[in-house]
Design a protein around this ligand. Structure first.
Ligand code: M6R
Length: 601
């Protein structure tokens, strides 16, 4: 949610900032902007919409003498996505960029207005720059900055530059991610290391409560205890950037990639006759009697699917909570519970905060994450990486597949360590795991079929995706995918619950996508679908078994294990959402109102 970059040095600044912002555009694409101070020259550019608009606007601008510079890509929280609300925000002669939410901005704004300050935007961020300039009336710039951040409540990663100190960039972090990159005298700031890979050689990941300034090729760092020293880590120079490789959209490519990335998830972990998780000490599960999983969005859906597996295979009680709900319910936590977080980005604010709460309560923590060195990985006792590779599509696909696979592996690992199921059953699970890559392969035939089918599903008054057991979370995920990129209303529902209310909606304009696996509760779901069909609902059945009452039918092939059916049906629902979105002419990879990484609560 919002990406920020900064650079202090003598190199050409516009390209450094735009390059960095390009890597961070997944964090928001409502608007983008840059500001540069070189001695007496102060320049800024802002544009609404995607970064390309800013690139065009600033195309004749060059900034290649020594100076300080900041940039921002926005996901709107306060105020519409227009140019006035775009960052950097200007005071009289200072600029600020910010990622997070200043919770007390209204109180600060009132105070500043009473002092005659004029606000141009509706954002919470603008208070930072005005408060700084007020403080700077009778304080040195750094003291003014410190007094400013002392007044801020909420989450922030912020960068500020001012003509009052044209060789200095001020920074502060609390709750939102930020890191500092170093290459000799050149100093870089960014929300994520992808923005500075290939530029900085060393990196320092800021902790909450840290602030300071960069000047003369050095960084001075402070926290609540005053000035502090810090150690940097080497930053890999391999810029792994994702390309579409001939696919129309990143999401499409990522659906096709699932067959290979899932094999990466399993590599070295799923052996011929055992599960090995090198990341876990042999006594890691000692004393653990329950598992609690917290996550958001798609990651929450993989958590829900995993809860069935932990109880069924590992025989460990498992409950799952949406991180934003967990945070404020004053949960009762006991230290025999393993706290698991799941996150593609590793930066989701609610999930990260839930993890911090659990740690404060003394729980052991484990994260399932796709981004090494992310905040959630660094905060957890142990992290298992999903190895999905960069996921660019805002609608998550391969991250979901790899998370679910890794959770399945983890559940089986616990089963193996605790001998909670027989050796034969373990062997059966391993055998199914090893078949998974094949199941995830997208065939031309299937894709063509989903393309054809999508034509029938562009209208109607809504979609229900229904399933039972692990296919209920898959139904939730199928509905979420469709909502995100088609903007059509869709709900995931446990099939057995339809008769307790939602069936009232049934008519021929109600589209029901029924997940009907052969290997798990087939007769039960069949009855539920029949009930809907009897009320004229239009049924798209996905099943290995022919189903007469379906208006449309996608026949799946792998019926030997519920998880294989799960993965195959997952691909079908992903392709359905993709093709509907394409027909509707939507932006598949960057759907409206969304961002890839949600770093505000
Ligand atoms: O990075 P995370 O896995 O923590 O993100 C959680 C959700 O924001 C994310 O899954 C979101 O729901 C996706 N857009 C789903 O496609």
């Amino acid at each position: 949610m919002c990406g920020i970059v900064g650079y202090v040095g003598a190199k050409e600044k516009k390209e450094i900032l735009l390059d960095g912002l390009k890597e961070l555009e997944y964090r928001g694409y409502d608007s983008a902007g840059i500001a540069v101070i070189e001695g007496n020259n102060l320049n800024s550019f802002k544009a609404v919409g995607k970064l390309e608009n800013l690139v065009q606007k600033a195309k004749d601008f060059k900034a290649d003498s020594f100076g300080v510079s900041i940039g921002h890509t926005r996901w709107a929280t306060h105020g519409k996505p227009n140019e006035l609300n775009a960052h950097p925000h200007l005071g009289k002669n200072s600029y600020v960029v910010h990622n997070g939410i200043i919770e007390n901005y209204q109180e600060l704004k009132k105070e500043l207005i009473a002092k005659g300050v004029n606000f141009l935007s509706q954002t919470d961020t603008e208070v930072i720059v005005h408060l700084f300039e007020q403080n700077a009336l009778d304080k040195e710039p750094f003291d003014a900055f410190k007094s400013t951040i002392d007044r801020l409540d909420g989450a922030y990663a912020t960068l500020l530059i001012t003509q009052g100190a044209p060789d200095t960039l001020f920074f502060a972090k609390n709750g939102s991610p930020m890191l500092i990159g170093f290459d000799g005298e050149d100093i870089y700031f960014a929300s994520s290391d992808t923005a500075i890979i290939g530029k900085a050689k060393e990196v320092y990941y800021l902790e909450d409560g840290e602030y300071g300034y960069a000047k003369d090729g050095k960084v001075e760092l402070f926290d609540a205890n005053g000035k502090k020293s810090f150690t940097t880590k080497p930053l890999s120079s391999d810029k792994v950037s994702a390309q579409k490789d001939g696919y129309r959209f990143f999401m499409e490519k990522e659906i096709y990639e699932q067959t290979t990335v899932i094999a990466d998830t399993m590599m070295g972990r799923v052996l011929e006759s055992e599960i090995v998780l090198d990341e876990l000490d042999s006594d890691f599960f000692d004393g653990i009697n329950a598992i609690k999983i917290c996550a958001c969005g798609t990651s929450y859906h993989s958590a829900l699917a995993a809860s069935y597996l932990f109880e069924r295979l590992a025989k460990v009680r498992c409950d799952v909570e949406i991180a934003s709900e967990f945070r404020y319910k004053k949960p009762l936590l006991s230290d025999d519970t393993l706290f698991v977080t799941i996150s593609q980005s590793g930066e989701t604010a609610d999930t990260l905060e839930a993890l911090k709460m659990a740690k404060r309560a003394g729980l052991k923590s484990l994260s399932i994450c796709n981004v090494d060195n992310s905040s959630i990985v660094r905060e957890s006792d142990v992290a298992l990486l999903t190895r999905a590779g960069i996921e660019k599509g805002v609608a998550s696909t391969k991250a979901f597949a790899t998370q679910t696979m890794l959770l399945w592996i983890l559940a089986l690992y616990v089963a193996q360590e605790r001998q909670s199921i027989s050796k034969d059953l373990i062997a059966n699970e391993i055998d199914a795991m090893r078949h998974s890559p094949k199941v995830l392969k997208v065939t031309d035939e299937l894709h063509a079929k989903m393309h054809r089918l999508s034509k029938r599903y562009l209208h109607g008054h809504g979609f229900f995706f229904i399933g039972r057991d692990i296919f209920f979370p898959l139904a939730l995920e199928g509905a979420l995918k469709l909502k995100e990129i088609s903007y059509l209303h869709a709900e995931g529902y446990p099939a057995g619950e339809m008769k307790h209310g939602p069936i009232a909606l049934a008519d021929s304009n109600l589209f029901t996508v029924a997940l009907m696996p052969k290997s798990l509760l087939y007769d039960k779901i069949k009855s539920n679908v029949e009930e809907l069909s009897a009320r004229d609902a239009t049924i798209l059945a996905i099943s290995p078994l022919a189903f007469d009452l379906a208006d449309d039918f996608v026949q799946t092939k792998y019926a030997s294990h519920p998880m294989l059916e799960f993965f195959e049906m997952m691909v079908v629902t992903q392709l359905l959402a993709l093709e509907i979105s394409v027909r509707l002419g939507n932006d598949v990879d960057m759907p409206r109102n969304l961002a890839k990484s949600v770093t505000v609560e």
